[in-house]
Design a protein around this ligand. Structure first.
Ligand SMILES: [Zn+2]
Length: 138
């Protein structure tokens, strides 16, 4: 026997199955949203934490793509790849210093400590020009 529930639906049993189903869908959507939020937060924290492992501070770089690009170059150079592969060049005023362009605006600066290249910093083109003119590390 079908009966009329207080919600206005008709059906069998003690509860309205249509309303119960709607409720289930709604709460599973909310749970999914919550899970997505938690995942995004975890990804954000992992990204923030990843900077602690960089040999130089890359937090000031404006976007993720640049950070990943610098990391790629740092890892390749640490593996022993030649900086010239990344269009890096030695500075005229201090041949121990090597500048590698990162995108249009940034320069990765390394120092040649007798064969081992030590990352110093990642600067904007402008910072690089002003801070290096007097000769960095002299
Ligand atoms: Zn109902």
């Amino acid at each position: 026997m079908k009966q009329l529930f207080p919600c206005g639906h008709r059906g069998r049993g003690k509860l309205c199955h249509r309303c119960a189903e709607e409720e289930r869908v709604k709460s599973s959507a909310a749970a999914q949203q919550e899970a997505e939020r938690a995942q995004k937060l975890a990804q954000k924290r992992a990204w923030e934490a990843s900077f602690a492992e960089d040999p130089i501070d890359l937090r000031r770089l404006p976007d993720r793509e640049l950070v990943l690009k610098v990391r790629e170059v740092l890892e390749a150079i640490a593996r022993g790849e030649d900086y010239t592969r990344f269009h890096g060049k030695r500075l005229g005023l201090d041949r121990r210093l090597i500048s590698v362009p990162i995108g249009q605006r940034y320069r990765l600066l390394l120092r040649d400590d007798g064969g081992a290249l030590r990352p110093l910093s990642c600067l904007t083109h402008e910072e690089y020009n002003t801070s290096l003119r007097p000769g960095l590390g002299s």
